[in-house]
Design a binder for this molecule. Sequence first.
Ligand code: ATP
Ligand code: ZN
Ligand code: ZN
Length: 766
Amino acid sequence: MSSELMEPPTQPHYLADRQSTDPPLLAEIVLDRPMNQPYTYIVPEALASAIEVGKRVEVPFGRGDKRETGYVIRVLRDHPIREVKSIERVVDNEALLTESLLKITRWMADYYVCGWGQVLQAVLPAGVRSQAGIKKNVHVESIPESELPNPLPELTKKQRNIVDLLRSECRDYEIKEFARIASCGVPMLQNLIKLGMIHRTLKEAEKVDYDFGEEAVAPKAIVMNPDQEKVWARIRENLTAGGFKAMLLHGVTGSGKTEIYLQAIQHVLDSGKEVIVLVPEISLTPQTIQRFRGRCGNVAVMHSHLTDSERGAHWRKIAGGGVQVVVGARSAVFAPTRQLGMIIIDEEHESSFKQESTPRYHARDVAVMRAKLENVPILLGSATPALESWNNAQRGNYELLSLPNRVMDLPMPKVKIIDLRHEPKSKGKHFAISPTLEEAMRKALTAGGQVMLFLNRRGFSTHIHCPGCGYVANCQHCDLALTFHQQRSTLLCHYCGYEQAPLNECPSCKQPSVRYQGLGTEKLQAEIEEKFPSKVVQRMDSDTMTRPGSHQVVLDAFREGGIHILIGTQMIAKGLDFPNVTLVGVINADASLHLPDFRAAERTFQLLAQVAGRSGRGDKGGSVLIQTYTPEHPSIRLATQHDFIQFASLELKHRLEHSYPPYFRLARIVIRSLKQDSAEKHATQLSLAFKRVLENPQVRQPGSKFRILGPAEAPIFKLNDQYRYHFQIQSDSSQYLHQVLHHALALVKPTSGVEVQIDIDPQSML
Ligand SMILES: Nc1ncnc2c1ncn2[C@@H]1O[C@H](COP(=O)(O)OP(=O)(O)OP(=O)(O)O)[C@@H](O)[C@H]1O
Ligand SMILES: [Zn+2]
Ligand SMILES: [Zn+2]
C-alpha cells in the first residue's frame, strides 16, 4: 500500500486535541423547508466524525417526536445559550453543498426575500436530495426469447411494440426514460414486468450509463481575426491577473463570440480550473454542445430533460472534480465545482435566466455574485445586451469588449421593412405573408437559398369570437384567450393547459357565426404549403418538437438542404448558424410591442436583432424582411439598422424618465387567492403596512427615492382560477427597498388561502 493512502485524514480543527472541559460540539442547521433562521443542535460525540458542513442531518423538531431534515451550515464548539436538542442521524456520506454554495444561497435568501431552506431546496437537484446513501434506480431490459413465459400472455399491439422496441435497443434503460422513448406510461411497463415480458433490474444511480462525452468532433482550425484577437487579449489579461472581474462582450450576430468563449475555456482548463457556461435552454442544441465537446475536456451538459438520477450523477461527478466544463441552462449556476476558474454567460439578455417560481432568482445576477464570492472573472456575452448590463458597462462596473463586425468580412444582412398599412390586399382575403415577402421568398428559393419564417405564436387561430354578440372564447380558469389547434382539433389555454372542443356555434347567442381569427404558426404553415406546393416546409415549435431528439432531426435536415422553408417560434430565433439561409421573414414584428410591460420595446428589439442575425451567415449573403404596422417605432427602425447602441441610449433615457431599471430597483408583489375578496383584503392591508413603514422615522431614508404603485389588479387578473393583485415598488436604493419590504411584510401575515409572491428585479409584469 502506498504511503499516501496510509496518511490519516486531516481532522477538522474542532476535533483536534479535545479536552474534557471543552464546550460541547454544536451544529447550526437550516431546515429543508421555507424557513430562514438556522437552529442550533448538539452533535453527539458518536456523530462528531461524521458531521460536516454541507451534509444533511435528521433532527427532532417541534413538539412530539417529529423529525426533520436539515443542512449543516456551521459546526462549532460553544456553550449553547439555551437548552438544545441533539442531532439524531447524519444522512449523507459526502457533503452535498460546498462552502461557496452555502454563501451564494445565503445571499439569495436575503436578496430575493425568501427562506434559506427554500433556496437550498431549489438548488439541490432532487436526484441528490432524495439520495439517502446510495439509491437504486429501476431499470428495464429485454428478456431472451428462451426465457419468455410459455404460453405467451395475450398482448395488445401497443404492448407488443414496446417489447419489440426494447429488444431492438439491446441495452437497459431507466424505467422513466424508457417510458418516454416508447411514448407510454410507467404503469404500462410495470404491467409488462408483471406479465414476465420484460425484466426489472436495480442499478445504483451512480452507475447509470449515459453519455458524459460524445464522440468529439474534430474542431475546425480557426484563426482569430484582429477584432477577436483584441478582445481575447483583454480577457486573457484579466484571467492572468486573477480575481473578480466582470466583462460584457457585445458582439453582433455572427461575430465569433462563441470562439472567444472557447479560447477562454481552454485557457482556464490549462490552469487546472473549471468553467461554468450558462446558455439559454433553447440554445442547448446538439450543435452547440458538440462545439464545446469538440474543444474542451470533460463537459457535463445540464438541461431540463435530464432525469433526477442523471442530474444527481452529474452533481456528484462535478463535486468530485471529474468535470472540467459545465454547460447548462439557469440552474447550472449552482454547479458544485471544486475549483471554479471562470463563469461565462451566453445570450446574457435572455429572460429565461430568470426563474419564475420561488426563489425567483436571475441566473445572471446570481452568477455575477458567485463570481464575486469566489473571486473569479465572469464574461457576459450578447448581440443585444440587457439594458441593465449595458448600463453597468457604461458606468465602468463591467469592462466592455466589442466585436462590431461579422467574421470573414461578411456583411450584416440587409433588413427591409414591409409596411403592412400600404401592402396591397390580395383579393379581399387576409394572408399572413404579403406579396412582397412572397416574391422575395420565390427569388431566394430559386437561387438555391433557404428561408426561415418567424412567428412567435403557436397554434392555428389565436382569437375565436362571435361578431354577432361579441363573445370571445376565453379560458375558464384564466383571463386569456384560447388558441385553436387544428391538428389536435382543440381549443387550448397556453397558460394552464385547459382544453375544450372547438366551437361550431356561439355558446352565448347560439348563432353559427363563430370566427377563427388571429395567426399562429400552424395556420402560417398551411398557407405556405399552399403557396409553395413543390417546397419542403417544416414547422418548429413546442407542438411539433415533443419527442427527445426531434430538434436535432429537423435541424440536421435543414442543414443538409432537405427542408426549404423553416417556420418557427422563438425556438428558431437565436443561436442557429446556417450559412445557406439567405432570407429571414418576420411575420409580425408588432406582436410583442404593445404588452403592458416596460421591457416591451427592449424585448422587441432583441428578438428582431436576433432573428435578423440568422440570415446571410454564409458567402451567398442574405436579407431580412420585417412585416409591421408600426415601422416608425424605434425598436423596429433601429433593429433594421442593426444599431443596438442607438437603441440602448434612447431606451435608457426613457427608463430614467419613468424611474425604471436600471436606474431604479424594482420589486413586484403579487397577492393571489382563489377567493377574490381575500386577495383584495390582503392587498389593502399590505398597502396600509407600507404606509406605516414609510412613516416610521427609524426606517425612512429621506435621501432615497421610493415609490409604490398599487395595489391594482394584475394585467392578467385571473390565472389558474386565482385572482391576482399586485404592487410595483421602485427605489433608487436596493438596500432601502429591501428594508421597507422586510418591515412591511412582517406587519401583515396572509390569512390561509392567500399567497404573497415577492419578485425582486421582476422580468414578467403580467
Ligand atoms: N476568426 C474566424 N474565422 C473564420 N470563421 C470564424 C471565426 N470565428 C468564428 N468563426 C465561425 O463563424 C461562425 C459564427 O461564429 P460564432 O457562432 O462564434 O458567432 P456568434 O457571435 O456566437 O454568433 P451568434 O451570436 O449569432 O450566435 C461559426 O461558424 C464560427 O465557427
Ligand atoms: Zn354570439
Ligand atoms: Zn387557462
